[in-house]
Design a protein around this ligand. Structure first.
Ligand code: ZN
Length: 378
């Protein structure tokens, strides 16, 4: 290799820091120093033990765009299973290897440098360009973007947010996330009456009482989904009775379940539908709800077009827009009225041994990000 591209050098510097969640280990200081030198306003903000960084440039009227990402990585697993040490950031055969190479230190390097390039070329640009980084995305995600967003929103408004999570499937830019499903947990307890198995007439078995509703739940249509979202799904993950002996009819059956829901449903609508079903089956029940993520769905044509055009320009392909995958930090940004999308490198090795990214993709990603900034802040 003749010379290493700056975005690869920065990615390597970040990968060589073993910032296993929730540690940042000064990745953010490294990035903040670069941004500060380019004229960005920097704020380091710690919540609990978690390091967060907010940086922005520009205060003129216009559109405001923020990049979101994380500097923490998941643990490496068995280090000797890796072909190169996970924090060595080794380059081999067009690939950059290491923990965080795909999720998501290369994207953090790409948008940081894209922002700096943009400001260098357009020092008096319209609107605002910003970055928000946390080090707790891969963990419990309580002291990161969840707390940063309300804090920053006191003084800053954003129109658009681009999360650099690895969204691509087979080729860079083939998939863009324009939403995520909501996640709602529920613990259902079906109450029966405890008794001796030899005297069923004196008891009421909650397992038998629940058989019919479990069958109904397996087929129930909560909504139809929409063009970008599949219909809401309801899954039972555990069934447990209150006793653990063979001669007792249990008093209660505990059902643990989760909704992955489309924006066509709400927490309230799902709660009402479930309660109605339980009542129709004339069951005695108690419910315990726990919302772990709201769904979001970005409908901005301007944002979609900007992504489409820049991806096409650098990769020659038409991206698919969808809302697949698990939750991400985007769920904490969208409730503030921000249009959130996710675009990053190929995700086929994330969280695995020998995590890697194509060097050419990381360089292209920086170009794509720069083009998106240029289009949206125009
Ligand atoms: Zn990630």
């Amino acid at each position: 290799m003749s010379s290493i591209h700056p975005v690869i050098i920065l990615s390597q510097q970040l990968i060589r820091i073993d910032s296993i969640t929730p540690e940042d280990k000064d990745c953010q200081i490294l990035l903040a120093d670069l941004l500060k030198a380019a004229g960005f306003v920097i704020e380091h903000k710690k919540f609990g033990e978690v390091d967060n960084l907010f940086a922005y440039h520009g205060n003129k009227p216009g559109k405001n765009l923020m990049f979101v990402g994380h500097t923490d990585v998941v643990p490496t697993g068995e280090e000797n299973l890796w072909k190169h040490p996970p924090f060595s950031a080794t380059i081999e055969d067009e690939y950059l290897y290491g923990r965080g190479a795909a999720d998501m230190k290369s994207a953090v390097a790409a948008f940081t440098l894209a922002m700096i390039d943009y400001v260098k070329e357009n020092p008096d640009h319209k609107g605002k360009i910003a970055l928000m980084l946390t080090s707790d995305e891969e963990g419990v995600a309580l002291d990161g973007i969840k707390k940063m967003m309300p804090y920053i929103a006191q003084n800053h408004d954003f129109d658009y947010c681009l999360v650099g999570e690895p969204s691509s499937a087979k080729n860079l830019g083939d998939t863009v996330r324009i939403g995520r499903r909501g996640s709602l947990h529920v613990n259902i307890t079906i109450h029966g009456k405890q008794g001796h198995v030899a005297y069923p007439e004196k008891a009421n078995n909650p397992v038998f009482l629940s058989a019919k509703i479990i069958d109904d739940l397996s087929q129930f249509q909560w909504d139809q989904g929409n063009d970008d979202f599949p219909p809401t799904s309801f899954q039972i993950s555990s069934l447990k009775t209150s006793t653990n002996t063979s001669n007792i009819i249990p008093a209660d059956l505990h059902i643990q379940a989760n909704f992955r829901y489309s924006p066509e449903s709400t927490q309230e609508s799902l709660q009402q539908k479930l309660e109605k079903l339980l009542q129709q089956h004339e069951l005695k029940y108690s419910l315990n709800w726990n919302l772990s993520g709201l769904p979001f769905h970005s409908k901005s044509k301007e944002l979609k077009l900007a992504l489409q055009e820049s991806i096409k320009r650098f990769t020659n392909q038409e991206p698919i827009f969808n809302a697949a995958g698990g939750t991400s930090d985007g769920r904490f940004v969208a409730p503030f009225g921000v249009e959130v999308v996710e675009l990053g490198v190929i995700n086929d090795t994330i969280h695995q041994v020998d995590e890697k990214a194509l060097i050419d993709d990381v360089i292209k990603l920086q170009n794509i990000y720069l083009e998106i900034i240029t289009t949206l802040l125009r």
